[in-house]
Design a protein around this ligand. Structure first.
Ligand code: HEC
Length: 243
């Protein structure tokens, strides 16, 4: 019940009002305010996964390129679209190299919770053909687990990756995944008229406030967001069915 007060109608109205401004970036007609992520980071870097550069035709022969920080704007002759291409390539590159510096930045910006520390298991026999658990194993488990959660954070904060038609991302109403209560699932959800899993509520929010298309259960974005939302609730007691 408390959660409804926190992210009730006023937050909804706010996000929808914001959406009409934010959508300008997608239209390539003007500056959009920095995303929440960028405000928190204070950095002018474009949000990862978003199209970082938008090009729109001006006078014939000229193309205006706007970085989605809403500030950086340049005009290039249409014969030299290198800047636009470079920006898009960089966004692509960052998506394919989640272990780059960007990963640390994403973690810093969104205060990602660390995965469990299994160093107490080093040296033990794990009972499988792999033999003893090494420090390398433990480091690998942690890095790989956190990488999935970090990828989820990137999707959660990115209207484009979410397929939003109104420029809205999850963090506008759930900063740092607040009020997502993954530990209460499965539970009966009145708006669905049935028992929901966490992914059903993620899809409900994608279809309604975010106004995108529901993701398949095995969509990598869905898997990553589940990982991120659960990671953010580290330490909570599981209480399925709780309202
Ligand atoms: C415009 C605001 C808004 C946006 C954007 C939004 N949500 Fe929600 N979300 C809500 C509201 C309001 C509820 C409460 C719905 C209810 O319980 O009736 C909710 C509920 C949820 C819940 C269930 C919470 C619980 O207590 O059981 C999850 C999980 C969730 N949202 C995830 C997401 C994800 C993931 C995204 C992005 C894809 C997102 N939301 C985007 C407003 C928003």
């Amino acid at each position: 019940m408390i959660k409804r007060d926190v992210i009730g109608k006023s937050a909804l109205a706010l996000a929808i009002a914001a959406a009409s401004i934010v959508a300008a970036c997608g239209g390539g007609q003007g500056a959009r305010p920095p995303t929440t992520a960028q405000q928190q980071g204070g950095a002018a870097t474009p949000s990862v996964g978003a199209r970082s550069v938008e090009a729109s035709a001006l006078a014939p022969g000229n193309v205006e390129v706007l970085l989605c920080d809403g500030k950086t704007k340049i005009s290039v002759a249409s014969g030299t679209p290198g800047t636009a291409i470079a920006g898009q390539l960089m966004a692509e590159w960052m998506r394919k190299n989640p272990s780059s510096n960007w990963e640390a930045e994403e973690r810093e910006r969104h205060t990602l919770q660390p995965a469990a520390d299994n160093s107490g298991l080093i040296g033990l026999i794990d009972g499988h053909t792999y033999g003893k658990i090494t420090a390398q194993d433990v480091a690998l488990w942690k890095t790989e687990t956190e990488r999935v959660a970090t990828a989820g954070s990137a999707v959660f904060h990115d209207a484009d990756q979410l397929g939003s038609t109104v420029g809205v991302s999850c963090d506008m109403c759930h900063p740092h995944a607040a009020n997502t209560h993954p530990e209460t699932y499965p539970k009966f959800q009145a708006q669905l008229g049935r028992v929901a899993l966490l992914r059903d509520m993620i899809n409900w929010c994608i279809e309604h406030p975010v106004r995108g298309k529901a993701l398949a259960s095995d969509d990598p974005r869905m898997r990553a967001m589940e990982a991120y939302i659960l990671a953010q609730r580290k330490g909570r007691t599981l209480e399925y069915g709780k309202h």
